[in-house]
Design a protein around this ligand. Structure first.
Ligand code: NI
Length: 266
Protein backbone atom coordinates (compact mmCIF):
# COMPACT_ATOMS: atom_id res chain seq x y z
CA UNK A 1 0.00 0.00 0.00
CA UNK A 2 1.23 3.44 -0.94
CA UNK A 3 1.47 6.29 1.58
CA UNK A 4 -2.06 6.49 3.02
CA UNK A 5 -1.77 10.24 3.63
CA UNK A 6 -1.03 11.07 -0.01
CA UNK A 7 -3.86 12.92 -1.78
CA UNK A 8 -5.08 11.51 -5.09
CA UNK A 9 -7.36 13.32 -7.50
CA UNK A 10 -8.40 12.74 -11.10
CA UNK A 11 -10.59 14.62 -13.54
CA UNK A 12 -13.73 13.63 -15.38
CA UNK A 13 -13.81 14.30 -19.13
CA UNK A 14 -15.85 17.45 -18.37
CA UNK A 15 -13.15 18.72 -15.99
CA UNK A 16 -14.97 17.97 -12.71
CA UNK A 17 -12.46 16.91 -10.06
CA UNK A 18 -12.89 13.45 -8.53
CA UNK A 19 -13.03 15.01 -5.03
CA UNK A 20 -15.62 17.70 -5.87
CA UNK A 21 -18.05 16.93 -3.06
CA UNK A 22 -20.45 19.80 -3.78
CA UNK A 23 -20.93 18.68 -7.40
CA UNK A 24 -21.23 15.04 -6.33
CA UNK A 25 -23.81 15.67 -3.62
CA UNK A 26 -25.81 18.05 -5.81
CA UNK A 27 -25.99 15.49 -8.64
CA UNK A 28 -26.89 12.75 -6.17
CA UNK A 29 -29.79 14.78 -4.75
CA UNK A 30 -31.02 15.56 -8.26
CA UNK A 31 -30.94 11.96 -9.47
CA UNK A 32 -32.54 10.70 -6.23
CA UNK A 33 -35.41 13.11 -6.78
CA UNK A 34 -35.70 12.14 -10.45
CA UNK A 35 -35.84 8.41 -9.63
CA UNK A 36 -38.08 8.79 -6.57
CA UNK A 37 -35.46 7.43 -4.17
CA UNK A 38 -35.56 8.46 -0.52
CA UNK A 39 -32.42 10.40 0.43
CA UNK A 40 -31.51 10.89 4.06
CA UNK A 41 -28.48 10.55 6.28
CA UNK A 42 -27.50 8.05 8.97
CA UNK A 43 -25.98 10.91 10.92
CA UNK A 44 -22.90 13.09 10.71
CA UNK A 45 -19.19 12.55 11.23
CA UNK A 46 -17.17 15.72 11.71
CA UNK A 47 -20.08 17.77 10.37
CA UNK A 48 -20.31 15.67 7.17
CA UNK A 49 -23.47 13.63 6.43
CA UNK A 50 -23.27 9.87 5.84
CA UNK A 51 -25.87 9.81 3.06
CA UNK A 52 -28.32 6.97 2.40
CA UNK A 53 -30.47 6.36 -0.68
CA UNK A 54 -33.33 3.87 -0.57
CA UNK A 55 -36.01 2.57 -2.87
CA UNK A 56 -39.29 3.73 -1.27
CA UNK A 57 -41.63 1.50 0.74
CA UNK A 58 -41.15 -1.85 2.45
CA UNK A 59 -41.19 -3.96 -0.75
CA UNK A 60 -41.83 -7.30 0.97
CA UNK A 61 -40.80 -10.29 -1.12
CA UNK A 62 -38.17 -8.42 -3.11
CA UNK A 63 -34.44 -9.07 -2.70
CA UNK A 64 -32.85 -6.72 -0.17
CA UNK A 65 -29.53 -5.39 -1.46
CA UNK A 66 -27.02 -2.94 0.01
CA UNK A 67 -24.33 -1.05 -1.92
CA UNK A 68 -21.72 1.05 -0.09
CA UNK A 69 -18.75 3.03 -1.32
CA UNK A 70 -16.34 5.79 -0.45
CA UNK A 71 -14.88 4.01 2.58
CA UNK A 72 -11.47 5.14 1.29
CA UNK A 73 -11.07 8.70 0.04
CA UNK A 74 -8.56 7.92 -2.70
CA UNK A 75 -11.01 5.51 -4.36
CA UNK A 76 -13.48 7.94 -5.99
CA UNK A 77 -14.61 5.79 -8.95
CA UNK A 78 -16.91 3.86 -6.60
CA UNK A 79 -19.06 6.83 -5.57
CA UNK A 80 -19.03 8.27 -9.11
CA UNK A 81 -19.84 4.79 -10.48
CA UNK A 82 -22.94 4.69 -8.27
CA UNK A 83 -23.96 8.06 -9.69
CA UNK A 84 -23.27 6.82 -13.25
CA UNK A 85 -25.39 3.71 -12.63
CA UNK A 86 -28.26 5.79 -11.26
CA UNK A 87 -27.88 8.21 -14.18
CA UNK A 88 -28.62 5.40 -16.64
CA UNK A 89 -32.08 5.57 -15.04
CA UNK A 90 -32.32 1.89 -14.15
CA UNK A 91 -36.05 1.95 -13.44
CA UNK A 92 -36.50 -1.77 -14.17
CA UNK A 93 -33.68 -2.73 -11.80
CA UNK A 94 -34.99 -0.38 -9.13
CA UNK A 95 -38.48 -1.89 -9.40
CA UNK A 96 -37.16 -5.43 -8.83
CA UNK A 97 -35.18 -4.93 -5.60
CA UNK A 98 -35.33 -3.27 -2.19
CA UNK A 99 -32.10 -1.32 -2.58
CA UNK A 100 -30.15 0.76 -0.07
CA UNK A 101 -27.07 2.75 -1.15
CA UNK A 102 -24.47 4.43 1.06
CA UNK A 103 -22.62 6.36 -1.69
CA UNK A 104 -19.81 7.93 0.38
CA UNK A 105 -19.03 6.57 3.84
CA UNK A 106 -15.88 8.67 4.41
CA UNK A 107 -16.77 12.17 3.20
CA UNK A 108 -13.70 13.82 4.78
CA UNK A 109 -11.49 11.36 2.89
CA UNK A 110 -13.42 11.91 -0.35
CA UNK A 111 -12.99 15.69 -0.10
CA UNK A 112 -9.27 15.37 0.64
CA UNK A 113 -8.63 12.54 -1.84
CA UNK A 114 -6.96 10.72 1.05
CA UNK A 115 -7.46 7.09 2.03
CA UNK A 116 -8.10 7.48 5.74
CA UNK A 117 -10.66 9.57 7.62
CA UNK A 118 -10.03 12.88 9.41
CA UNK A 119 -8.73 11.00 12.47
CA UNK A 120 -6.32 8.92 10.41
CA UNK A 121 -8.42 5.78 10.91
CA UNK A 122 -9.33 3.23 8.23
CA UNK A 123 -13.13 3.26 7.83
CA UNK A 124 -13.17 -0.31 6.51
CA UNK A 125 -11.59 -1.97 9.53
CA UNK A 126 -12.55 -2.77 13.10
CA UNK A 127 -16.06 -4.11 12.49
CA UNK A 128 -15.16 -7.51 13.93
CA UNK A 129 -13.03 -8.39 16.96
CA UNK A 130 -9.32 -7.86 16.42
CA UNK A 131 -6.66 -5.26 17.00
CA UNK A 132 -7.85 -2.70 14.45
CA UNK A 133 -9.71 0.41 15.67
CA UNK A 134 -13.29 1.14 14.58
CA UNK A 135 -13.44 4.56 12.88
CA UNK A 136 -16.01 7.26 13.68
CA UNK A 137 -17.72 6.35 10.40
CA UNK A 138 -17.71 2.70 11.46
CA UNK A 139 -19.28 3.61 14.83
CA UNK A 140 -22.06 5.41 12.97
CA UNK A 141 -22.65 2.43 10.67
CA UNK A 142 -22.79 0.04 13.65
CA UNK A 143 -25.22 2.42 15.38
CA UNK A 144 -27.52 1.36 12.50
CA UNK A 145 -26.36 -2.28 12.59
CA UNK A 146 -29.77 -3.97 12.54
CA UNK A 147 -31.09 -1.77 9.71
CA UNK A 148 -27.97 -2.26 7.58
CA UNK A 149 -27.87 -6.02 8.17
CA UNK A 150 -31.52 -6.21 7.07
CA UNK A 151 -30.90 -3.92 4.08
CA UNK A 152 -28.18 -6.25 2.76
CA UNK A 153 -29.75 -9.57 3.68
CA UNK A 154 -29.67 -10.88 0.09
CA UNK A 155 -26.39 -9.27 -0.90
CA UNK A 156 -23.84 -6.58 -0.11
CA UNK A 157 -21.53 -4.81 -2.56
CA UNK A 158 -18.63 -2.58 -1.48
CA UNK A 159 -17.17 -0.48 -4.32
CA UNK A 160 -13.45 0.11 -3.76
CA UNK A 161 -10.34 0.90 -5.80
CA UNK A 162 -6.67 -0.01 -5.51
CA UNK A 163 -4.52 3.04 -6.29
CA UNK A 164 -1.39 0.92 -6.63
CA UNK A 165 -2.87 -1.50 -9.15
CA UNK A 166 -2.99 -1.53 -12.94
CA UNK A 167 -5.08 -4.72 -12.94
CA UNK A 168 -8.54 -5.44 -11.58
CA UNK A 169 -9.79 -7.91 -8.97
CA UNK A 170 -12.53 -8.54 -6.44
CA UNK A 171 -12.95 -10.02 -2.97
CA UNK A 172 -15.84 -12.49 -3.08
CA UNK A 173 -17.60 -13.76 0.05
CA UNK A 174 -20.02 -16.63 -0.41
CA UNK A 175 -21.38 -19.49 1.69
CA UNK A 176 -19.55 -22.09 -0.38
CA UNK A 177 -16.08 -23.62 -0.70
CA UNK A 178 -15.45 -22.18 -4.15
CA UNK A 179 -16.46 -18.94 -5.87
CA UNK A 180 -19.96 -19.21 -7.31
CA UNK A 181 -21.66 -17.33 -10.11
CA UNK A 182 -22.03 -14.25 -7.89
CA UNK A 183 -18.28 -13.67 -7.56
CA UNK A 184 -17.63 -14.79 -11.13
CA UNK A 185 -20.19 -12.38 -12.59
CA UNK A 186 -18.57 -9.46 -10.75
CA UNK A 187 -15.06 -10.49 -11.85
CA UNK A 188 -16.29 -10.79 -15.46
CA UNK A 189 -17.84 -7.32 -15.31
CA UNK A 190 -14.51 -5.90 -14.05
CA UNK A 191 -12.59 -7.89 -16.68
CA UNK A 192 -14.65 -6.33 -19.45
CA UNK A 193 -12.79 -3.08 -18.72
CA UNK A 194 -9.36 -4.11 -17.40
CA UNK A 195 -6.93 -7.02 -17.39
CA UNK A 196 -7.36 -9.11 -14.24
CA UNK A 197 -4.58 -9.63 -11.71
CA UNK A 198 -2.66 -12.81 -12.53
CA UNK A 199 -3.32 -15.97 -10.51
CA UNK A 200 -1.05 -16.40 -7.51
CA UNK A 201 -0.77 -14.20 -4.43
CA UNK A 202 -1.91 -10.60 -3.98
CA UNK A 203 -1.14 -8.92 -0.62
CA UNK A 204 -0.42 -12.46 0.65
CA UNK A 205 -3.92 -13.59 -0.37
CA UNK A 206 -4.45 -16.40 -2.89
CA UNK A 207 -6.08 -14.98 -6.02
CA UNK A 208 -7.52 -16.93 -8.95
CA UNK A 209 -9.50 -15.67 -11.96
CA UNK A 210 -9.38 -12.19 -10.41
CA UNK A 211 -11.09 -13.37 -7.21
CA UNK A 212 -9.76 -13.40 -3.64
CA UNK A 213 -12.28 -15.73 -2.03
CA UNK A 214 -13.66 -15.79 1.52
CA UNK A 215 -10.71 -13.80 2.87
CA UNK A 216 -11.10 -13.25 6.64
CA UNK A 217 -10.58 -9.67 7.88
CA UNK A 218 -12.39 -7.04 10.00
CA UNK A 219 -13.95 -5.18 7.04
CA UNK A 220 -17.56 -4.06 6.75
CA UNK A 221 -18.18 -6.75 4.12
CA UNK A 222 -16.92 -9.42 6.54
CA UNK A 223 -19.20 -7.94 9.22
CA UNK A 224 -22.18 -8.10 6.84
CA UNK A 225 -21.47 -11.82 6.32
CA UNK A 226 -21.24 -12.29 10.11
CA UNK A 227 -24.69 -10.71 10.35
CA UNK A 228 -26.21 -13.15 7.89
CA UNK A 229 -25.86 -11.58 4.45
CA UNK A 230 -26.31 -14.27 1.79
CA UNK A 231 -23.26 -13.05 -0.14
CA UNK A 232 -20.96 -10.05 -0.35
CA UNK A 233 -18.21 -8.64 -2.50
CA UNK A 234 -15.62 -5.90 -2.36
CA UNK A 235 -14.76 -4.92 -5.93
CA UNK A 236 -11.50 -3.18 -6.80
CA UNK A 237 -10.88 -1.10 -9.91
CA UNK A 238 -7.23 -0.31 -10.73
CA UNK A 239 -6.27 3.26 -9.79
CA UNK A 240 -3.43 3.27 -12.33
CA UNK A 241 -5.97 3.12 -15.17
CA UNK A 242 -7.95 6.05 -16.64
CA UNK A 243 -10.58 7.49 -14.27
CA UNK A 244 -13.51 7.39 -16.70
CA UNK A 245 -12.91 3.70 -17.44
CA UNK A 246 -12.85 2.98 -13.71
CA UNK A 247 -16.22 4.71 -13.30
CA UNK A 248 -17.61 2.69 -16.22
CA UNK A 249 -16.35 -0.55 -14.64
CA UNK A 250 -17.90 0.33 -11.27
CA UNK A 251 -21.18 1.09 -13.03
CA UNK A 252 -21.05 -2.27 -14.81
CA UNK A 253 -20.34 -4.14 -11.55
CA UNK A 254 -23.27 -2.45 -9.77
CA UNK A 255 -25.43 -3.52 -12.71
CA UNK A 256 -24.14 -7.10 -12.41
CA UNK A 257 -24.71 -7.05 -8.64
CA UNK A 258 -28.28 -5.74 -8.79
CA UNK A 259 -29.02 -8.13 -11.66
CA UNK A 260 -27.98 -11.06 -9.50
CA UNK A 261 -31.37 -11.18 -7.82
CA UNK A 262 -31.74 -14.45 -6.02
CA UNK A 263 -34.08 -13.99 -3.06
CA UNK A 264 -32.94 -15.76 0.08
CA UNK A 265 -35.37 -18.48 1.17
CA UNK A 266 -37.77 -17.37 3.89
NI1 NI B 1 -10.58 0.55 -0.40
Amino acid sequence: MADATQPWTWRHDDGTASNDWSTFSRKLAWIAGYLGLALDSLGEVGGEPLLRLQTPGDRPGLPRLLVASGFHGEEPAGPWGILAWLDTRPREALAAVALTILPVVNVAGFRAGRRLNADGDNPNRGYLPGHEPLSAEGCLLLHHADALAAAGRDGFLACHEDVDAAEAYIYGLERSEQPGEFSRALARANAAWFPLQPDGLLYDCPIRDGIIFNHPDTSFEAWMMSRGAARAACVETPGQQPFMRRIAAQRAMIEAFTGFVVPAPG
